[in-house]
Each structure stands twice: as structure tokens, then as C-alpha cells.
Ligand binder design. Structure first.
Ligand SMILES: Cc1cc2nc3c(=O)[nH]c(=O)nc-3n(C[C@H](O)[C@H](O)[C@H](O)COP(=O)(O)OP(=O)(O)OC[C@H]3O[C@@H](n4cnc5c(N)ncnc54)[C@H](O)[C@@H]3O)c2cc1C
Length: 340
């Protein structure tokens, strides 16, 4: 079995065990968040040994060349000596501008980065509560249009980082954030292409950035947003999105409620009733040549990817950000390991 050498200690890496799980099992703290190879929080650097290609998926060429890799998706085939990236690599300090509630469970966090912060609307960054507690959040702001970085943070019961942001962060606090990453953003060109965006809960955050980015860059094709929540109270930015759709005739917005109505009665005016994915696909059954964005609940995103593909969208036109969380991803990894 390969061994992982970290900080002068050597640890045996079991079969089907990632470097992250091996180190964590031996009491080594490695910052991590999604455990699914998406958020890049668990990035490490190899000093010796072969880095499997799959552990570098999504990393920039400049990082792969320096043998950086994602510990959660690194299943070594030989001994590796590894280290955490130097403190501060890929991080920026940002000052909290404000934290304001958008509804009872979602807060808007605005940040002013201290140094130049390059990003595209819809990408995500990792917010550090402390050196080891990190979570990913999507950028709802549009560079060049919005003065500050903007995030929509849903408060999760007992959630470490979301509650810290809701309860403790205040104007003037300084926090660390990572560089922006991810490929869920609007690419100009093909300005007549139709765009379908489907999100649940705070999955609206990247979509809110992407839609405004596309409209402000002069996208001419149809842009349709379906935002799903359980109750009308859980939806947010409803007025802003309705105003945007009255200003831009090519943009339409359908707020969907899954929990408190049936299709034939009890549907408040201006809302669609049912699961957001079902509604979006029933109204748009033919998606060949469309660009599609899916963000939010991991199950909706996974099912959505398959269904929009079967409706004709090409894989290269489907962009998805499942809001994975570490605990759920670990359960899934264990279930997969047990099943295999
Ligand atoms: C690429 C990416 C982008 C993301 N963007 C956003 C965003 O823009 N806005 C946003 O609010 N979140 C976003 N998330 C989710 C975010 O990273 C955290 O997972 C979430 O805020 C929970 O973190 P926490 O520390 O509060 O909870 P934790 O301390 O991690 O979890 C506490 C408990 O709550 C459970 N839990 C965690 N998340 C959820 C959930 N979503 N629903 C139900 N139970 C849960 C856990 O399983 C655990 O039992 C994104 C995730 C990814 C991977």
C-alpha cells in the first residue's frame, strides 16, 4: 500500500482511500469543503511521487505544472510526499461591507477585496472562517457593474460557516477568501443562443450574476430563469428579477413553489406550482442548441444534467454547480465504496 509522507510522518494509505481521508484519519487537519473535487479547498502540493491525473482535474496549468493536486480526489498509486500550499497562496483579504437579510434564511454578504480580485459572475470562491474551516460560495455580483463582491448565503441549521456569516460577521471585519474558480459563467459570443437557467434556494446566486452579465453584455437570445423554493417566502429578489424582466424583453423569470400548492388550486398569483426542474422542462421540452445552467441542490443538478441532455442540449453547453457539502459528500463516498 502506498504511504503518504506529511510533515516528516509517514501514513499508510488504504485501498480506495484518498490522500485527504488518509491524512484526516490520522488526525492531520487539511482544510476541505465539498469532498467532491469541485471547491479546490483541499489543494496540496506533491514534493515527491506521481500525482494521478484525476487529482488535478480543473486546476490551472500553472498549478498542475507545480504538482498541486486535490487531496479529496487523489488516490495514490505509489508513495507520495505532500505538503499544504504555503500560507497565503491563492488567497486575498477582504473587508466586510455589510450582511443584510434577503429573506428569513438567506443573507447577502458584500465584500471589498483589498487587492485586485479577478472573477467572472457565477464563479465561486472559498470563504475562510479560520485556517481550517472553509466553504465555497458563488459570486452573484458582476465585475465592472457591482461595486462590491456579492454572495447569497443560506443559513443551514447548525452549519458552521453559514451561521458565522449570518450571526457574527459585521461591517469592517476582515476575512480571507480564495481566488475565484469554476466554469459556471457567461461566455460572450453566440449572442442569439437561447439560455435556460434553473436554480433552487441560494442556487440563485450564480444565476443572478450570470443573467445580469449576459444582459449587460448585450445578449440577444431568449434568457429564461426558473427559480424554485418550497414556499413563496423562501424565494428572494423577486421584485428585482421582475423589474429586470420588464426592462429586458428577452428575459423571463418564473418563480416556482414546490411545497405549499397543488397545480389546480392554491397557487399564489405570479408563481408556478411544482418542482422547478419539471416546470422548466415542461415549458421547454426541446433544448437542442440551448445553453443551460443548473445550480443549487445536488440532486436537482444531477437529475437536471441528464434531463436537459435528453431534451437535446449538448454536454458542452451544460454548466452546473451542485452546492455539495462535506458531510453529504462523505456519506455518498462511503455509500459508493460499500456498493462497489
Ligand atoms: C461550488 C459551490 C458553491 C456554493 N455556493 C453557495 C452559495 O452561493 N450559497 C450558499 O448558501 N451555499 C453555497 N454552497 C454550499 C456551501 O459551500 C456550504 O456547504 C453551506 O453553506 C453549508 O456550510 P456550513 O458550514 O454552514 O454547514 P456545515 O457545518 O458544513 O454542515 C452542518 C450540517 O448541515 C448539513 N448541510 C450542509 N449543507 C446543507 C444544505 N445545503 N442543505 C441541508 N443540509 C446541509 C450538513 O450535512 C451537516 O450535517 C456552495 C457549495 C459549492 C460546492
Amino acid at each position: 500500500m502506498p504511504r503518504i509522507i506529511y510533515d516528516g510522518q509517514s501514513y499508510e494509505c488504504k485501498e480506495q482511500q484518498s490522500v485527504l481521508d488518509c491524512l484526516t484519519a490520522h488526525g492531520v487537519t487539511v482544510p476541505s469543503s465539498c469532498h467532491a473535487g469541485i471547491c479546490q479547498t483541499c489543494m496540496m502540493q506533491a514534493l515527491k511521487g506521481n500525482v494521478p491525473k484525476s487529482a488535478q482535474a480543473g486546476l490551472k496549468d500553472s498549478l498542475t505544472a507545480q504538482k498541486f493536486f486535490l487531496a479529496c480526489s487523489c488516490y495514490p498509486d505509489e508513495d507520495m510526499e505532500v505538503m499544504l500550499p504555503e500560507a497565503g497562496v491563492g488567497k486575498t483579504t477582504a473587508t466586510v461591507v455589510d450582511v443584510t437579510l434577503l429573506n428569513a434564511e438567506i443573507a447577502r454578504l458584500r465584500l471589498q477585496p483589498k487587492a485586485e480580485f479577478k472573477y467572472k459572475a457565477g464563479q465561486f470562491t472559498n470563504i475562510f472562517k479560520d485556517a481550517h474551516t472553509v466553504r465555497s460560495y458563488s459570486l452573484a455580483s458582476v465585475p465592472g457593474t457591482d461595486e462590491y463582491l456579492q454572495f447569497h448565503i443560506r443559513r443551514i441549521p447548525n452549519g458552521l460557516v453559514s451561521n458565522w456569516i449570518h450571526e457574527y460577521l459585521k461591517a469592517g471585519d476582515e476575512i480571507e477568501i480564495s481566488n475565484a474558480t469554476g466554469d459556471c459563467f457567461y461566455v460572450p459570443g453566440n449572442a442569439d443562443q437561447s439560455i435556460l437557467l434553473i436554480g433552487t434556494g441560494s442556487g440563485l446566486a450564480p444565476l443572478y450574476g450570470i443573467i445580469r452579465d449576459a444582459l449587460f453584455q448585450g445578449h440577444q437570445g431568449t434568457i429564461k430563469l426558473y427559480h424554485g423554493c418550497e414556499t413563496p417566502e423562501s424565494l428572494y429578489l423577486v421584485n428585482e428579477l421582475r423589474t429586470l424582466s420588464s426592462r429586458y424583453p428577452n428575459f423571463s423569470y418564473t418563480p416556482c413553489i414546490s411545497g405549499t400548492c397543488t397545480p389546480h388550486n392554491n397557487v399564489p398569483g405570479g408563481y408556478a406550482c411544482g418542482m422547478v426542474l419539471d416546470i422548466a422542462l415542461a415549458e421547454n421540452p426541446e433544448l437542442s442548441s440551448w445553453r443551460v445552467f443548473l445550480c443549487g441542490h445536488p440532486r436537482m443538478v444531477a437529475t437536471g444534467k441528464k434531463e436537459v441532455f435528453f431534451a437535446g442540449a449538448s454536454m458542452r453547453d451544460i454548466y452546473a454547480d451542485p452546492f455539495e457539502n462535506a458531510a453529504a459528500a462523505s456519506v455518498q463516498t462511503i455509500a459508493t465504496a460499500v456498493a462497489s
